[in-house]
Design a protein. Structure first.
Length: 319
């Protein structure tokens, strides 16, 4: 396969691996938009700017820490549907869960009911809920893949935020810094839904509704940062490589539209449903198939398994 670069050069390979990682959401706010992947000063965020962060997960935490490290003095408001913050991490020993105990193939509500029961039992024994969540890690791929597409979509709409704050945690010292900024009022975290954002010559007006309230509220901000996580679908990607492959029909989105359609061996599937023997993908691009492919430990295992398969295939072909 041939890859052409913007400088006009070409590179050839027998196997191509797509490992483009997370992609920032497109800037929908013009001069008021700032990328979460840029340092605040590089993105034009002044130290006194009022900053609105859409989302309250790990990306938000990272960006708030970047603002504070840059000496930011203006107010910072983070808003998300549930207003949930990632929990702090603690060193724990995962409890043992037998594979036969995991209710594979059941609906999302039944699985969550089972999981809450385990947590309640662990707490009654003086144990930490983190021991249960960490014990479930070996089974998350099987749980995800045993759900039909409608169940996966329900999980993304209704349970993902709760899972993320328990599964993807912050280091204790980072959590302390964030909580300290919240305590003094520099950072506010709101549970609510944004109704509209109007960009004006100076800043933007944001209309939103707090969760559980019918009252419409308005705030004025100078910069808006989208930190809603890895939600960019391949069809809306700004990556020219992915767009080129889509136009050629060499790749297609997965059935629920959050990544690429791939086989269990990470081979991409083209528009006709045929798996490629030369083109593979790893990491967040494959979350529709595997889900837990965002954290570095999970990606490292995925890459090692794929490398072994490619090596074994090469050895067979050489015999």
């Amino acid at each position: 396969m041939e890859a052409k670069l913007t400088d006009g050069s070409s590179h050839f390979g027998h196997v191509v691996l797509l490992a483009t990682g997370n992609e920032a959401p497109p800037n929908a706010h013009g001069r008021c938009g700032a990328s979460p992947w840029q340092e605040p000063l590089q993105a034009g965020v002044a130290s006194d700017d009022a900053v609105l962060i859409v989302g309250s997960g790990l990306t938000m935490v990272d960006y708030v820490l970047s603002l504070l490290a840059a000496g930011h003095r203006g107010p910072i408001t983070a808003i998300s549907r549930h207003g949930l913050l990632p929990h702090p991490h603690r060193r724990v020993v995962p409890l043992r869960i037998d594979a036969a105990e995991v209710p594979l193939g059941t609906d999302v509500s039944h699985l969550l009911h089972w999981l809450r029961g385990l947590v309640r039992h662990a707490r009654s024994l003086g144990q930490d809920w983190r021991q249960i969540v960490d014990a479930l890690r070996p089974f998350t791929r099987d749980i995800w893949q045993n759900w039909p597409d409608p169940a996966k979509q329900r999980f993304l709409r209704h349970a993902r935020a709760w899972w993320d704050v328990h599964r993807h945690r912050t280091a204790p010292e980072i959590d302390q810094r964030l909580r300290a900024a919240i305590a003094v009022g520099q950072v506010k975290v709101l549970a609510g839904k944004i109704a509209s954002i109007t960009v004006q010559p100076q800043g933007a007006t944001v209309i939103y509704r707090r969760r559980g309230s019918a009252e419409i509220r308005t705030i004025r901000v100078d910069k808006i940062v989208e930190c809603t996580g890895v939600s960019v679908s391949p069809r809306h990607s700004s990556n020219p490589v992915l767009q080129s492959l889509l136009q050629q029909g060499l790749i297609r989105p997965d059935p629920i539209g959050i990544g690429l359609d791939v086989t269990p061996d990470c081979a991409v599937i083209d528009r006709h449903g045929k798996a490629s023997s030369k083109l593979f993908a790893v990491g967040p691009l494959t979350r529709g198939r595997f889900w837990e492919t965002i954290a570095i430990p999970d990606i490292r295992v995925q890459c090692a398994e794929l490398a072994n398969r490619i090596r074994d295939r090469s050895l067979i072909a050489a015999e």
